[in-house]
Design a protein. Structure first.
Lengths: 376, 506
């Protein structure tokens, strides 16, 4: 009888070909090639326009910047959660809560009057408060599943997912009800926030705002220092790998779970309030219908691609952002070829999905060598 | 001796196995014969367990070959090895906890196409277990069995399923003498049927007592294989440890003993009528009371599963107290959590550091930092220096402080736990089966250190162990635990082994 088996051994020597940057970029190239084959078979498009479009995507940095910064921020939020085994698939909801917080403070709270005055300094300070308030709401949104996990042992993943839909519904209720705008040309949506509440565009980088740039730098540095240099970060790592060891070192695993959830949700919420103040200016109705860009979900892929390593979040965000934008550009290229019902987002998902599958396989090969053996 | 004695059943040649930062096996060649008990001896990190796992198909070697009865084989999983009749009984029982004894055996037997009838299995289990002089209900859930009982089930399972080669990894180390002897009897019985038993141990006495041949491993290579006639404890010790095999420093210890006797006994901690449950919610401690004095080693003797684990966890604050009071250093710490106890200066060396103390997926330095870094920012530089010191002093063989704890051998993990926790033991040290995976030399050093801590630094030590020999060697006072209660308390001068053993099984 002939049987086939696999001998799996952990690699002891690190091969230069298997260093993390090579693995990430190699997976990208391989993923693109495979995606091309899929798209070529289904829609028949020549390789030159495919890679030509990809080249355009990655060279037009202005178009990439916007998805990149948001994916990087939310990706960082989710990665912090992943370190503590808090599988934050609810970043989308926390992101929406951040938007709600921002529009509430700027339009429907006493702070609104500040933005109608002509005091630039005061308006700037208030903007900081607004952005942070968005973070606080995001943190609150994440803390609910976090507390259920810590104190009632409820698995966080389904709760987090459902919280996304609750956030969508709250947003839609407010947009169609108490917050419904007066100057919307008949659309159901809120009015726009005052000019003075909006973030400042960086000249020459139309898709970037000074405040967003500052936030991404601060968040990246914060996350790096937190996870690599602080006791809290170490506690989060122990929570994620052996909570009993955390407990027997004298720390409360429940408290660390809450802190992990809070930090993760806070950063996702910040992204939401920055988004509203810098780009959207208003809340649309049916927000769950792709109007968030699904950044909260797409960023899960960023966290996964960086594989729970904070150092690779930025590069992963860049890759996912490129693929995401590439998908949207492909839509134009595929005009007429795209089967009905298939959106640009679907193309993006094909690209991202294939790349991640390739990446996951290569990662296993990076850690382990696998040999096929035939036994007689 | 059996006439089958000379037939080679297993030949391994030039096995190399590396882990990141560690070369565990560096070209091991070995021949095993049918109908023998072969002991694999070696100090911590010598490669015994790795070799066993390679033979059992758990690890794939980087290079080298394995032949069974002259046929070259290549295992890709433990199931492959089982098909060739190779069974591995690990140090930590690997039965499925929420299945019954019968179900656990059926699980494997069905896959082999043997014994698929529940009643038949139940009957045979009863029969085999009673051969060992035990009673285990085959319908008990495994989680309710003690360590010894689980290992008996493993042994019976392997025997029932036709093991040709049985690997027993440090299983017998802590068993009470009576149980150990019935284990040996069973092994000899298996050997007489022409099976091969590989007994892995770091206890020389055990190997000499039961083995037909001893193979000594040192730093991942075979130092020598000795025939029964060649057994000589001093020679074996030299082969295991090389030049470091020095006689124990008896005088040293006695000095400390003298010093302590002059000192007055001051109470540091007290357990008052403590009640606590075990993991499955059954009562494990039933009104246990204990006084713990400064500068004294209090040994807690007992047969595994009588509440020792829960006692250790109560002392460090990991297990909640249902009833009773725990005082430490003048304050009540009942259910005040681990932090209150740890910050009072309490170290904890548990039986399974990878479960209690460390995260295998993090580095040595991170695992030291979690217990000793109190500032907001961690000072990695000075911690790395500290870990390097630990590596030198405690002989932890690994390439760097940044290596992951999971690449360490069992004994090296324990050494790291000892290194870290001794430092934290400013007032009290709780040790629970701390020597289970330590080799003879290091155990001795460790026991000396404990006594020194008590004598010189006036630290209270609670030494919970299933090894009565160790307890008698190290303790100033011996408490005997049985069914979750202290059933006897003796001063060092008045302790008598027989009385203690009787109380243990009470």
């Amino acid at each position: 009888m002939v049987r086939v088996g696999f001998v799996v051994t952990r690699r002891t020597k690190q091969n230069i070909l298997m260093s993390t940057p090579v693995v990430i970029s190699g997976s990208l190239v391989l993923g693109l090639l495979i995606s091309y084959v899929i798209i070529w078979i289904t829609m028949g498009i020549d390789i030159i326009s495919f890679f030509g479009t990809f080249y355009q995507t990655i060279t037009s940095y202005t178009g990439l910047l916007e998805p990149f910064v948001f994916l990087a921020m939310i990706g960082t939020a989710i990665t912090i959660g992943f370190y503590g085994s808090f599988w934050n698939v609810g970043a989308e909801g926390q992101y929406v809560m951040g938007m709600l917080g921002a529009i509430f403070l700027t339009m429907f709270s006493p702070l609104n009057s500040i933005f109608t005055q002509d005091n630039v300094l005061l308006a700037t300070l208030t903007k900081v408060v607004v952005v942070i308030f968005g973070g606080v709401l995001g943190a609150f949104w994440s803390l609910i599943p976090g507390a259920l996990k810590a104190y009632a042992k409820v698995t966080e993943v389904p709760v987090l997912l459902l919280m996304n839909y609750i956030a969508y519904s709250i947003s839609d209720y407010l947009t169609a009800g108490p917050w419904k705008g007066k100057y919307t040309y008949g659309y159901i949506r809120t009015d726009q926030i005052p000019e003075s509440a909006r973030l400042t565009t960086i000249p020459g980088l139309e898709m970037l705002r000074y405040e967003v740039l500052a936030a991404i730098v601060l968040i990246t540095v914060f996350a790096y220092v937190l996870l690599e240099h602080t006791t809290l970060g170490l506690k989060i790592k122990f929570l994620g790998t052996n909570p009993v060891a955390l407990k027997s070192s004298g720390y409360d695993d429940k408290v660390v779970t809450l802190l992990t959830a809070t930090l993760s949700g806070f950063i996702a919420g910040l992204a939401g309030s920055l988004r509203l103040l810098g780009y959207d200016f208003r809340l649309p109705y049916n927000i769950g219908d792709g109007k968030t860009g699904f950044y909260g979900y797409t960023a899960i892929l960023v966290a996964w691609l960086s594989f729970r390593n904070i150092r690779y979040v930025l590069i992963s965000a860049l890759i996912v952002a490129s693929l995401n934008s590439f998908g949207y550009r492909m839509q134009m290229l595929l005009k007429g070829l795209l089967p009905p019902g298939l959106s640009a987002y679907a193309i993006s998902l094909v690209l991202i999905g294939v790349t991640l599958v390739v990446y996951t396989i290569v990662r296993v090969l990076k850690e382990y060598s696998i040999k096929l053996v035939i036994k007689t | 001796m059996s006439f089958l004695g000379n037939q080679t059943v297993l030949r391994i040649s030039n096995i190399v196995k590396k882990f990141p930062g560690v070369v565990a096996l560096d070209g091991v060649s070995l021949e095993l014969y049918s109908g023998e008990i072969r002991s694999l001896l070696g100090e911590n990190g010598s490669g015994k367990s790795t070799l066993a796992k390679v033979i059992a198909g758990i690890y794939s070697p980087d290079s080298g070959s394995i032949e069974i009865e002259g046929r070259s084989v290549r295992f890709t999983s433990p199931a492959d090895a089982i098909r060739y009749g190779i069974f591995y009984i690990p140090q930590n029982p690997s039965l499925i906890e929420n299945l019954t004894v019968t179900e656990n055996i059926l699980l494997v037997s069905k896959s082999l196409g043997l014994l698929t009838k529940v009643d038949k299995v139940r009957e045979i289990v009863n029969e085999e277990v009673s051969k060992l002089g035990y009673q285990i209900d085959p319908d008990t859930e495994v989680s309710r069995l003690s360590y010894t009982q689980k290992q008996i089930v493993e042994l019976v399972k392997a025997s029932l399923l036709g093991a040709k080669i049985l690997i027993v990894d440090e299983v017998t180390t802590y068993l009470p003498k009576v149980v150990r002897e019935s284990f040996y009897r069973y092994m000899r019985h298996m050997k007489d049927e022409g099976r091969t038993i590989i007994l892995i141990t770091h206890k020389i006495s055990e190997a000499v007592e039961v083995a037909d041949r001893i193979t000594i491993l040192r730093s991942g290579v075979v130092a020598k294989t000795l025939e029964r006639e060649e057994f000589d404890v001093d020679l074996i010790r030299k082969l295991m440890f090389g030049e470091r095999a020095l006689p124990t420093r008896k005088e040293h210890l006695e000095n400390y003993t003298l010093a302590s006797n002059r000192r007055e006994k001051v109470e540091l901690a007290r357990l008052d009528n403590i009640w606590a449950n075990d993991d499955s919610g059954n009562i494990a401690l039933r009104g246990l009371s204990l006084k713990i004095n400064r500068g004294e080693v209090l040994g807690v003797a007992g047969i595994s599963g009588n509440g020792q684990k829960e006692l250790a966890e109560v002392l460090v604050g990991l297990r909640s107290i249902k009833r009773g009071h725990y005082y430490l250093d003048g304050a009540e710490v009942t259910n005040r959590g681990v932090k209150a106890i740890r910050t009072a200066g309490v170290g904890f060396i548990p039986e399974a550091p990878l479960y209690y103390s460390f995260s295998g997926d993090l580095s040595l330095v991170e695992n030291v930092a979690i217990a000793s870094s109190n500032n907001f920012l961690i000072r990695w530089g000075s911690l790395a220096t500290k870990v390097r010191e630990f590596m030198n002093i405690y002989g932890i063989s690994v390439s760097s402080p940044k290596a992951l704890v999971k690449v360490l051998s069992g004994g090296n993990v324990m050494r790291l736990a000892i290194a870290r926790e001794l430092e934290l033991s400013k007032k009290m040290l709780i040790a629970y089966n701390a020597t289970r995976s330590l080799d003879e030399m290091f155990s001795e050093t460790f026991l000396n250190t404990i006594r020194m801590l008590a004598r010189r630094d006036n630290i209270a030590v609670v030494y919970i162990s299933e090894s009565l020999d160790e307890i008698l060697a190290v303790s100033d006072k011996v408490a005997v635990i049985s069914s979750g209660k202290i059933v006897g308390l003796f001063e060092r001068e008045s302790v008598d082994r027989e009385t203690v053993e009787k109380l243990m099984v009470m």
